[in-house]
Design a protein around this ligand. Structure first.
Ligand code: SF4
Length: 99
């Protein structure tokens, strides 16, 4: 599937050539309420996010995460379902609230 190919491409692109302990750089996406990070090393490619919220987690468009694709509440629910922990979110304001 194309999504697997995209994740595989991201994994290749961001993988170090040698096995040294190394900090990875997460992909970072924000809307006015939250910031979502994606860690390609951690993703298990289960495609759950793309299957269940395809307007946000897109498999044929770069950038592949579009936080304007659905409500912040739905995005948060979907991020919490990520089985690997590759997706994480944080609120943009100190009160941990959606505007
Ligand atoms: S739900 Fe998580 S583990 Fe599954 S494809 Fe999306 S980011 Fe990767």
């Amino acid at each position: 599937m194309f999504f697997n190919g995209l994740i595989h491409l991201l994994n290749i692109r961001f993988k170090p050539q040698i096995d040294l302990p190394m900090k990875t750089t997460a992909n970072v996406f924000s809307n006015r309420d939250i910031t979502v990070t994606y860690e390609p090393y951690v993703c298990t490619n289960a495609e759950r996010c793309a299957r269940e919220l395809s307007n946000v987690f897109r498999n044929s468009v770069i950038p592949w995460i579009d936080l304007d694709g659905d409500s912040t509440e739905k995005i948060i629910r979907q991020v919490k379902k990520c089985p690997s922990g590759a997706l994480k979110f944080s609120y943009n304001n100190v009160n941990n609230e959606v505007a």
